[in-house]
Design a protein around this ligand. Sequence first.
Ligand SMILES: [Zn+2]
Length: 444
Amino acid sequence: MKLPISVIRLFSKIKQIPAPISITLVSGILMYAVNFSIKDSATDFNLKASLSELNAFPLDMPNVKYDLLLDTMEVRSAIIKPDQFMVDILKSYELTEDQINNIILKAGKVFDLTKLRAGKSYSVMCKKLTETPYYFIYEPDQYGYLKLDFRDTLSASYVKKNIQTNLKISKGIVSTTLSESMTENGLSYDLIDKMEDALAYTVDFYHVQKNDNFKVLYEDHAIDGKSVGVGKMYGAYFEQNGKDYYAIYYKKGDKEGYYDLEGRPMKRFFLKAPVKFSRISSGFSLKRFHPVLKYNRPHFGTDYAAAAGTPIMTVGNGVIIEASRNPFNGNYVKVKHDATYTTQYLHMSRIAKGIRKGVRVTQGQTIGYVGSTGLATGPHVCFRFWKNGVQCNHLREKTGENPVMNKSDLPEFFKIRDEVVRKLNVVKKTSPQNIMDEGTESHP
Ligand SMILES: [Zn+2]
């Protein structure tokens, strides 16, 4: 089994952990990573699962930064002024013109010197009580820094900082919208995206409700103890309308993705709906009073009302077989997915750029925009679905159900699943009561 880099990083961390912690190595990193990083007794929000916490930290540390013993040097920091170039900065130190030209040449080979930004700071480390520079340091961002070394032979390097990976569990409860609830709880948009991606086919994220609960188990990337990003998400939990949904990450060979508790891939053949942030304004029916024609006739589609201009997505991969306009359908697009299924999207304000007969489209791709062209009273998309040439109600079709993964992989998957679920359950759900308590405290 090939371990991903993050796993190797974790493994090298684990070696530093003192006894008496034992490592049970079961089918990959996930098992021990999860075991280690989370304290079972803790139930606080944003439980920090830091492996480094397990290490004692020496109290009297020398002042080391950029791998330099700063106490032995004179550190001069300043802000880069507008129109100030590297050469201008270096000129104020005891360096010859040759040395300056030489080091700038070398620096340019490891770092794009046009990325020196006015307003950002730099540091020059000098020999004590002199203007003789030893080092120049410039940190363009949190991921690394440019280091110029003026001692002996001049040299320049760009040093990438060490990224630490910690497992974390975060949780929350929906008070308004999902993304607001997650950002309120200090979770990044990246993590919100990951959770939505993993659960999009089972949880209806466009109709989240107050008190819906969520938890996520993921890798947090930190530099110098400061969180800089989100790595792999190992598991997600969402409670909607009293139902529990889980997505468990599993990788086997070149297949990787999220699976439900039974081992079915979360990703489905068709999206639940062709538009986000919509509501069904009229369902599929064999007899319906037509609002424009004013008589009963069958409605062989499902209407999704949404704001005009909302992107319409193809619910599955396929080929465009029609992208046209007529008095009834208005602007419309028809997609053939395979020998069995075809879908159609009506009343578009306009068809998306590049969408025409013969073009290949992928699930979720925008093919047009909500409008009310043709026979329509207001902005909506009439979504039509054919199975073997017969129009039917896609909401009744079992097209979403995926077959379970290979039977031979199930035992390994179940071990990982049980561990992820156990860890997610260690952290108690946020109860609506908590939210109210917090509310009264902060708003007396
Ligand atoms: Zn319709």
